[in-house]
Design a protein around this ligand. Sequence first.
Ligand SMILES: Cc1cc2nc3c(=O)[nH]c(=O)nc-3n(C[C@H](O)[C@H](O)[C@H](O)COP(=O)(O)OP(=O)(O)OC[C@H]3O[C@@H](n4cnc5c(N)ncnc54)[C@H](O)[C@@H]3O)c2cc1C
Length: 410
Amino acid sequence: MLARNESLHYFACMNLECEILIIGAGAVGLSAGLALAQAGRKVIIAGKIDTGASARTVALFGASQKFFDRLGLLDSIRQTGEPLEVMRIIDDTGSLFRLPETNFRAREIGLEEFGTNIENRDLLDLLTTAARHYSHLTVLDDYVTQLKLGTDHIEAELGADRKIIAKLILAADGRQSPTRQFCKIASTEQSYPQVAITALLGHQRPHNNVSTEFHTRKGPFTLVPLPAKGDQPHRSSLVWMTDSQEARRLLALPSSDLTRAMEKQAHSLLGKFTLLGAMSQFPMSLMRAERLYAERVVLIGDAAHSFPPIGAQGLNLGLRDVGHSVETILAHSDPGQESVLRAYAERRTADIKLRSFGVDLLNRSLLTQMLPVDFARGAGLLALSQIGPLRRMIMREGIEPKGRTPMMMR
Ligand SMILES: Cc1cc2nc3c(=O)[nH]c(=O)nc-3n(C[C@H](O)[C@H](O)[C@H](O)COP(=O)(O)OP(=O)(O)OC[C@H]3O[C@@H](n4cnc5c(N)ncnc54)[C@H](O)[C@@H]3O)c2cc1C
């Protein structure tokens, strides 16, 4: 956690100056750094790059693909990841209003694919490699430990011997965001009685570029296509949201029993599963910052909002924060002035509220056993499966939200 210290002494520090300091070298921080560097701004990203294998992937939809295309990275992302052509929802709640499966096909809205699913570590590798190409973009592999906010600049300390002076901070330091806490920005938080277990799986049958989300009473069980790799011709990533007790039980099973449990939950759709590497687990919660800025500080990505991985929205939303913050910054000579920060917040608030609300509502509607709620969820899915124009509108909104997508992502 960052400590507030208004009277720091920096006599022994090496001073570095830049226009914009990005705190956090996750996918959001690195993407923001690249977009600003491409526009010629002098940027420092401070943060350790997570090179660990966390058995996680991200599905990047249309608007995010356009963003990476501008950065010259889309071809590499496509070569490393796998296209998502169909999104299938299977109601496995056992509800009275249980519906037949609903398929959303990219071709219905004139597209080859909705997006690309890529392993997190591969995306971070591509972003880090791209960052090396800009001489005015510096990545410092260290944490920010102290901050001092002023009316015309900010100062950030890394360890004991480095100080950065900048006009603006983009805080991309994740869900717990030490910067958000330092700025005393309040947040709405709530935890769910669920854990997401993630794994990379090999399987017997091809996925045919279909992502399948089984909606169960304990949360979604989602299989997302990955490309062939090594001796595995068929691979997918799994996000299995279930209650904490069940997650503990599953993770304690020998791997053969665990993969059998996965096959059962997947109704043997892809045949026999093989675990590829270690699994990860993430407690499920929702967090939304009540303000998106403080003096010369802007929150982006999970530092501003995070919610359960339903519908693959988190990073796509974070990249829209990046697009809007970059566009707002580039339109002004002093990126840290209050009018810039306010303009960014005005552009982002509705999108963030809508996505957080939508994910929360869907998750709760699965967890509840109340008939009226089941009926409403069933009626919603039925309308989506039967009414073509409504389905197409929802698909377009999912990949490129109307009116909320920055120009650089259109
Ligand atoms: C199981 C799962 C599946 C998901 N699937 C999808 C998906 O398919 N599509 C999608 O769009 N989203 C998905 N998401 C959400 C997505 O992963 C996140 O929204 C995204 O990774 C957030 O990126 P970020 O860079 O904002 O934060 P993070 O990835 O959390 O990065 C924050 C970084 O800040 C660093 N940091 C913290 N403190 C400091 C400090 N003091 N100084 C410097 N650095 C600091 C951290 O070390 C970290 O590297 C998924 C999430 C989960 C849990």
